[in-house]
Design a protein around this ligand. Structure first.
Ligand SMILES: *Cc1c(COP(=O)(O)O)cnc(C)c1O
Length: 363
């Protein structure tokens, strides 16, 4: 069922059992679907996200991860609110673009794509701008693989008493995060990242008391997070509009497999080992990472082109023929390519990958 491994930031390599879970059809109003699958998923997501599940709730939303980021900003940040968007990559900037579409009062605070965001600059900005009501941040910027200092940013945002919205798309389920401990109010991720499901929906884990205040704030019907949540709460897992039933079934299977692996801590350990094997192997072949090790997430790694005449397309096709699909770079300052460490991929796969790279270099 897999001609090659996807070493990409999502969709990523899934298990055969996750794919097999999609081989039957489900009726959206049947209790077997609503109560046994959707409600169980919502409960499980909250349990993964926080040590105080009673204070949080989960909403699932059709579409890709960006739909959920848009649904959150558009349903949580009201017309008289003020949003600080902290950005050091494409996904942070996208939150600025969304704010533009929604006419949200916002300030885009930009940092270099090759560095984590600067906590003291955020602190200074919030001191100077008491009108800010919400702050949004990307945890792992998949653009480069840089891991932002979520704990430190969260502490500052909390000290200033602002609502914190975190795009944890490529880290939730793969890197331990406790929303309660960090005082995160809204956290967004999607089915096809570290939970290792297939694409088709995203989800938002929200502080219940804050989400309850968002009735009527949304400027989009389909992306009204409050309305979607209310329908799910009252309907015990009912989606407002047609839900991606097969994808949801696959996600349920993926959650059981996360549990069987030993939960988020165990998955994090595997991703770290994947990353370590990858980087050691590539460095031994002369490749250099874009980021210093201490800023690097275990999710995805950017490598510089090994020479100025490096042909990425050719390299990509040769690796694909050997069973590995990698990702192009996404930044303008340097010529890079990216290799993902997440999904149903294991340290041995990265040993094989670096052997394949070595063979290609010897050709
Ligand atoms: C994948 C990802 C998204 C969502 O991207 P989609 O293409 O809409 O699924 C958002 N933020 C980050 C950090 C991501 O890695």
């Amino acid at each position: 069922m897999r001609p090659y491994l996807l070493l990409t930031p999502g969709p990523l390599t899934t298990t055969d059992t996750v794919k097999q879970a999609m081989m039957s059809d489900w009726c959206t109003w049947d209790e077997e679907y609503n109560l046994d699958i959707v409600e169980v998923i919502r409960k499980k997501l909250v349990e993964i996200a926080t040590s105080h599940p009673e204070e949080y709730t989960a909403v699932l939303m059709q579409g890709s991860g960006s739909f959920c980021v848009e649904a959150t900003l558009g349903s949580v940040v009201g017309s008289t609110d003020n949003l600080l968007v902290v950005a050091n990559g494409a996904y942070g900037k996208r939150m600025g673009v969304i704010s533009e579409y929604y006419n949200i009062n916002y300030h885009l605070m930009r940092f270099e794509e090759t560095e984590p965001v600067n906590v003291s600059k955020i602190d200074t900005y919030l001191t100077k701008h008491p009108e800010v009501t919400h702050v949004s941040l990307v945890h792992c910027e998949t653009t480069t693989g840089v891991l932002n200092p979520l704990e430190e940013v969260a502490a500052i945002v909390k000290r200033h008493g602002k609502v914190l919205i975190v795009d944890a798309m490529s880290s939730f389920g793969g890197i331990p995060i406790d929303m309660d401990k960090l005082s995160i109010d809204f956290m967004i991720s999607s089915a096809n990242k570290c939970i290792q499901g297939v694409p088709g929906f995203g989800f938002v884990i929200a502080r219940r008391s804050l989400l309850e205040q968002c009735k009527g704030t949304a400027r989009s019907l389909s992306l009204d997070l409050y309305d979607q949540w209310e329908a799910m709460e009252k309907g015990h897992g009912k989606w407002r509009f047609t839900s991606p039933t097969h994808v949801v079934r696959a996600f349920m299977q993926a959650l059981s497999e996360l549990n069987a692996e030993g939960g988020v801590e165990a998955r994090y350990a595997r991703y770290c080992e994947n990353h370590r094997v990858l980087v050691e192997g590539m460095r031994a072949l002369g490749y250099k990472t874009l980021l210093p090790d201490e800023q690097q997430s275990p999710v995805i790694t950017s490598f510089y082109y090994p020479s100025s005449d490096f042909n990425f397309k050719e390299f990509y096709l040769k690796l694909k023929a050997k069973g590995f699909v990698i990702y192009p770079g996404k930044i303008s300052q340097a010529d890079t390519f990216r290799i993902g460490n997440i999904g149903d991929v294991h340290p041995i796969d990265f040993v094989k990958l670096t052997e394949a790279v070595k063979e290609i270099m010897a050709e």
